[in-house]
Design a protein around this ligand. Structure first.
Ligand code: GLN
Ligand code: ZN
Length: 772
């Protein structure tokens, strides 16, 4: 392999990353912050823990061969919130709290207080990290507060480290913002750019004065489809910042996809370097970079190690890519594709994963080592990394040839799938008549989304089982008791289609992942979801099979207790993928199809055991939509196929439900229709049934249950409120097709409010039925 050319200064290749897991090896940060909230840890102790975690992360990075460590990526809660503080965009309602105490005010913005609501939280691009959405308006005045950025830079410099502060860039910051409450919906935060740039100029100057040679400005929003006006704003921003007299060198970073039309804009900007992602769908950056004639005069930081999957890198591929890039920039450095925030810390501590498989995995520490190895190879020739290359090749070979990744039975079945397998035997209109005859439900049937309160006792029972304090039989007794209670409550409350309440599930993805073949669980693989909430996504590591039924006995047990239909409850294939780490050695659609076939067997078994209503939840269908519109059709194709494959094996009179939450659905109504489900339940209570109108506007022909009870708050909706929402729903969806249900599952709610809310919901259904 040749990785040498003459254009660039290869002797100077440097290794870097843009961010590192924040929590510490044993989630020390989570414990300290939550202790602070409870008053058990004081502010100084929290700050000391945080400083110690930063120090050890930086020193660990440096020791493993990272030449330039990032600063400023650390956060007590969220880096977008930190940016809001940096630019002084504290919402009016939080000003008093921030003035009284900066740290408490910060947490008030993140979590709200008894009196004020927090900032809204939403997903950071297509990751499972959530950021706090800045609220801006025409009256927003920005002010500079570079305290955090400067302090963290100084800490790292004091350790003798070479560092590069990392900031959310001004264009991305504005593009991620929304109009503040009371500001018109059509207010465009990007109109504030001219006001914001002087603040960034000041921060840059402060960082320069404190010793930063380089500063990184992250502009991931530029990998999304952008209007010419937005691209012009980006051009203006970097022309202005680039022309500042007193500034550090500027590195503009993008990740998660290709830059597309934004690449020529940034390539032309008077900044000193670009950091580009070359992994996955962002690999197209390579041709796009060649098409603009490379980055002459600039530094290129090449993200060749995927920063958001958990798989070992293909070092030879990366070296080849770096070799090509050497011809396209003045200087090429090596990095992960994005911050390592999105992966767990260390694969080597996963003692429950066989060493054979563990070597396929690369978490933050392993990825850091890969970056260092590649840098060494790029600078000094591949000879010096011979051992690493050999080990890497062996790991990749072992993965490529393993029976875990290649189960002939699973592969043969997936290959034999035909269009016919993904189609119900009768069209919706005919099925619905058969279902009506079988189920014999009233108009406006009432149901719930699946889970009932996950009480402390249930969690304690699971902990007791794990710790061996009770045996499986004892645990299952407790689960059956819970199901009994849930069923009898629903009957008494007058709900029409019952659920078993999901008491046996720790999590809607993990529960299934633990039972499917080909899935791995980690013990310590925590990644930040938001704030102090960390999740341990399971790993889709191999071909997926279902050794035995997963839910049938609980659902049939519940059905045995009632004459009313009990709805079976499964997590759909797209959501299983979205909330797991996915394979990178085959197209996502192939993995989705394998999961779908495993779930299809479960659906068929439920039906065979007397379940006539089966819900397959797909809350992640909308959120997994690719960042670029040109990629939507291909995604929706395999995603809807996977759902249909899961659900099409049943008789016409078996009713298939699906459920989705948290989203605007306007742009995927066609895809929702393509699922060919019989009934869909959606979150709608907070938006006054807006989704019902969106469905109607698109001529959605099926039955739907827009939620009439906002389950995100302990508030009990009154009968009146639910009645009003239901009447609004009826304006969009005719009574023959309207269901009555909450927005989402009740697992986070307490029993008292659940009981009252569901009784009100049934009362509202009865009132509105009587008006029909
Ligand atoms: N059936 C699941 C529940 O009720 C659905 C959860 C979800 O949509 N996120 O909890
Ligand atoms: Zn939901």
């Amino acid at each position: 392999m040749t990785t040498r050319t003459t254009t660039a200064d290869t002797a100077a290749a440097r290794a870097t990353v843009y961010g590192y897991p924040r929590q510490g090896p044993n989630r020390e940060l989570k414990k300290a912050i939550e202790g602070y909230w409870k008053g058990r840890v004081d502010g100084d102790a929290l700050r000391a823990t945080a400083a110690e975690l930063r120090r050890s992360a930086w020193q660990e990075l440096a020791a493993s061969g990272i030449d330039e460590v990032p600063t400023g990526d650390f956060s007590y809660y969220d880096h977008v919130l930190d940016t809001t503080v940096m630019v002084g965009a504290v919402p009016e309602r939080h000003r008093a709290a921030v003035a009284a105490d900066a740290l408490d005010g910060y947490f008030a913005m993140a979590r709200g207080t008894e009196d004020v609501a927090p900032l809204e939280m939403t997903k950071w691009f297509d990751t499972n990290y959530h950021y706090l959405v800045p609220e801006l308006g025409p009256d927003t005045v920005f002010t500079t507060d570079s305290t955090k950025q400067v302090a963290e830079l100084r800490e790292a410099l004091a350790l003798g480290l070479d560092t590069r502060p990392v900031l959310v860039g001004p264009v991305t910051y504005l593009l991620l913002s929304k109009p503040a409450p009371g500001v018109a919906d059509d207010f465009d935060p990007l109109t504030l750019l001219d006001r914001l740039l002087p603040v960034y100029a000041e921060v840059l100057s402060d960082l320069r004065a404190s010793g930063a040679a380089w500063v990184q400005l992250d502009e991931p929003a530029l990998v999304q489809d952008r209007t010419p006006a937005e691209l012009n704003s980006a051009a203006r921003a970097y022309r202005d910042l680039g022309s500042l007299a007193d500034r550090p060198k500027l590195l503009v970073a993008s990740y998660f996809d290709r830059l597309g039309e934004a690449l020529p804009v940034l390539a032309k900007a008077p900044v000193d370097g670009l950091a580009l992602d070359f992994t996955g769908s962002a690999a197209a950056n390579l041709e796009e970079l060649a098409a603009v004639g490379g980055l002459s005069g600039k530094r290129l930081v090449a993200g060749v190690v995927n920063g958001r999957n958990i798989w070992v890198n293909d070092l030879e591929w990366s070296l080849a890519t770096l070799g090509t890039l050497l011809g396209l920039a003045d200087r090429v450095d090596v990095a992960t594709s994005c911050s390592l925030l999105h992966v767990p810390l260390d694969a080597s501590v996963e003692r429950d994963i066989e060493p054979q498989i563990r070597r396929w995995l690369a978490f933050a520490r392993q990825k850091t080592a890969e970056v260092a190895t590649l840098t060494k190879g790029l600078t000094r020739g591949t000879g010096v990394i011979g051992a690493e290359l050999a080990a890497n090749r062996a790991a990749l070979n072992s993965r490529a040839t393993s029976p875990i990744t290649h189960d002939p039975a699973v592969r043969a079945r997936a290959a034999a799938v035909t269009e016919h397998d993904g189609r119900r035997s009768q069209p919706y209109a005919e099925r619905t008549a058969a279902q009506r005859a079988l189920l014999n439900l009233p108009l406006l049937p009432t149901t719930t989304i699946g889970s009932f309160p996950q009480t402390g006792e249930l969690r304690a029972a699971r902990a007791d089982l794990r710790a061996g304090r009770i045996d499986t039989a004892g645990y299952e007794d407790r689960i059956r008791n819970e199901i009994h209670e849930v069923v009898s409550f629903q009957e008494k409350a007058g709900i029409d289609v019952l659920v078993h309440g999901e008491p046996e599930r720790n999590d809607m993805v993990q529960y299934f992942a633990e039972q499917l073949g080909g899935y791995l669980a980690t013990q310590h693989g925590w990644v930040q979801s938001y704030g102090t909430r960390y999740v341990r996504p399971p790993v889709l590591a191999g071909d997926i099979s279902r050794p035995e039924p997963m839910t049938v006995r609980w659902t049939t047990y519940a059905q045995s207790l009632s004459g009313r239909p009990v709805k079976g409850m499964l997590t759909g294939p797209v959501t299983m993928l979205a909330w797991s780490f996915v394979r990178d050695d085959q197209p996502l659609g192939d993995t989705a199809r394998q999961v779908a076939l495993a779930l299809r067997d479960e659906v068929d078994d439920l039906e065979a055991n007397g379940t006539s209503v089966i819900q397959v939840d797909e809350p992640a269908l909308r959120e997994t939509l690719p960042l670029r519109a040109t990629d939507h059709a291909a995604y929706l194709d395999w995603a809807t196929e996977a759902f249909r494959l899961t659900t099409s094996g049943v008789r016409p009179d078996t009713q298939i439900h699906t459920h989705m939450c948290y989203a605007e659905f306007g742009d995927i109504v066609q895809a929702i229709d393509d699922l060919d489900a019989d009934v869909i339940s959606l979150e709608a209570a907070r938006s006054h049934m807006q989704v019902a109108h969106e469905l109607a506007a698109h001529g959605y022909p099926r039955e739907a249950g827009p939620g009439v009870y906002d389950i995100h708050s302990p508030r009990v909706p009154s009968v009146d409120e639910a009645t009003t929402l239901l009447r609004t729903g009826l304006e969009a969806i005719p009574a023959e097709r309207l269901w009555v249900n909450p927005d989402c599952g009740l697992k986070t709610r307490g029993w008292a409010e659940t009981r009252a809310s569901l009784e009100h919901l049934v009362a509202a259904a009865r009132i509105v039925r009587a008006e029909l």
